[in-house]
Design a protein around this ligand. Structure first.
Ligand code: C5P
Length: 303
């Protein structure tokens, strides 16, 4: 008999919130080819969930709507296992035990979709195993491991509203940033991040000129966000024609802002409140039952 596990069946659970790029400006390129970015980032309450428990040997299991895709591609799964292995190595180097562990990934987020699923899973693994193994490693060591796993992993470690610069390693927290009601939409077509970067027309776009003050309210932030862009959206739209339709559908539900996150194809709409976001998700689902729509709220700064 096959037992289907869920994250809640485990001793320790950890959330892996979806990462939302409210804005992303490409401002330059490093000698190694990585692009310099200014990113306004927040995190959704909706995300993947992971479960952890001590085990006689290392194990990894999957469940959730998007787990079949991962089993095929194993991209996000591999990032979880890479995070486990790199943290274990650092633990051993510092004289800690890092015994075998069963990790379960409940994959609720679409794969390769610009909302950091794999990065969020890797960051959640670093946070949870630090607790499970009782590690006290310098935060610099954990951040360095996170950056080795991917440019978005350090910000997913924090999972709070922030501005990230460089390739994502330079992080400024926004403790007064508000929570937003949001709809996430995805046409369930994966978009390749390197391909999107390759198709970029300009790599020296203006950086953020932010007019935000620490105590800006929700509507002031919406105005600020509306004045910013995602520079990866035009090249992603040429690779994935469904993005234009998706964006227009979300917009038609009365969103205050509609934009693509990361390198796509996920688009988000910001709404006045969760009731409106929920109604929009229901309506979008009836228009395109084959796509992914999810109403959620983002995590406020300082929580
Ligand atoms: O860091 P991550 O593995 O998510 O990046 C995937 C790919 O996206 C990189 O190999 C690189 O081609 C591109 N990328 C980039 N500049 C960034 C982040 C990613 O060119 N700042």
């Amino acid at each position: 008999m096959t037992v289907i596990l869920a994250a809640d069946d485990f001793d320790l659970t950890e959330e892996a919130p979806a990462k939302i790029n409210l804005a992303l400006h490409v401002t330059g390129q490093r000698a190694d080819g990585y692009h310099l970015l200014d990113m306004l980032v927040t995190f959704a309450r909706h995300g993947d969930r992971l479960g952890f428990r001590a085990s006689a040997r290392d194990e990894f299991s999957l469940s959730g709507r998007f787990s079949p895709l991962l089993a095929e591609e194993s991209a996000g799964g591999n990032l979880v296992l890479k995070a486990r292995d790199l943290l274990r190595q650092a633990a051993h180097d510092a004289g800690f035990e890092a015994p075998p562990v069963h990790i379960h990934l409940e994959k609720n987020l679409p794969v390769a979709s610009g909302i950091g699923g794999g990065s969020a899973d890797a960051a959640a693994t670093l946070r949870a195993l630090t607790r499970l193994w009782g590690l006290s490693l310098p935060s610099d060591t954990i951040t360095a491991i996170a950056l080795r796993l991917g440019a978005d992993v350090p910000m997913c470690l924090v999972s709070r509203p922030l501005i990230a610069r460089g390739i994502g390693e330079s992080i400024e927290l926004l403790p007064d940033f508000p929570s937003f009601a949001m709809v996430l939409g995805n046409p369930l077509v994966g978009v390749s991040t390197p391909e999107v970067f390759r198709l970029l027309g300009r790599k020296d776009n203006p950086p953020f000129a932010l007019s935000w003050q620490a105590k800006s309210g929700r509507m002031q932030w919406i105005e600020t966000i509306n004045g910013l862009r995602n520079d990866l959206e035009p090249p992603a739209r040429t690779l994935c024609t469904q993005i234009a339709t998706l964006s227009q559908l979300i917009d038609s539900q009365g969103a205050l802002t509609t934009r693509m996150s990361g390198s796509g194809a996920t688009c988000f709409g910001l709404f006045d409140n969760i009731e409106q976001a929920t109604a929009a998700a229901v309506s979008l689902h009836s228009l395109r039952p084959d796509w992914y729509f999810q109403a959620t709220e983002t995590i406020a700064g300082g929580t």
